[in-house]
Design a binder for this molecule. Structure first.
Ligand SMILES: [Zn+2]
Length: 141
């Protein structure tokens, strides 16, 4: 880790905050890396770094082949927004590959922890739990 922006061209931004040194010997320096971006001071510097280094990165990570998500693993739970929707009609267990969209209860759509959260209506179980629910409801095996 470095505390400095990793874009080599960061000083070329020439912002007043980057000026250091005394009269006659002034220079621009890199910004500090931001805490939210990690290694760069800005999205612009991150983009520049990515353009310079993406080939090295992908070689280091390695290339993968096409990925697929089969029909039996394509379950998910969706919370539908909208003020005009009835509360009993907000949670759906969906598998578009099977052409299924089934209304489920809040109790089925959420974990006990999610149900306990005061403003957590939008939260739903993950896709693995959604598949288990589909099996429980006899929609999958
Ligand atoms: Zn920078």
């Amino acid at each position: 880790m470095s505390e400095w922006c990793q874009n080599k061209k960061c000083p070329q931004k020439k912002t007043s905050g980057q000026i250091r040194g005394s009269k006659g010997a002034k220079y621009y320096q890199s910004n500090k890396a931001s805490t939210w971006l990690g290694h760069w001071c800005s999205n612009g510097c991150r983009d520049t770094w990515w353009q310079d280094n993406k080939d090295t990165c992908i070689q280091a990570v390695g290339f993968i082949d096409k990925q697929v998500l089969p029909l039996e693993d394509a379950w998910y739970v969706e919370y539908k927004y909208g003020y005009n929707l009835d509360e009993s009609n907000r949670y759906h267990l969906i598998n578009r590959l099977k052409g299924i969209s089934r209304v489920i209860t809040k109790q089925q759509a959420q974990t006990p922890e999610q149900q306990a959260e005061e403003y957590g209506s939008w939260q739903t179980i993950d896709d693995t739990q959604a598949k288990e629910l589909a099996i429980t409801l006899g929609l999958a095996s």
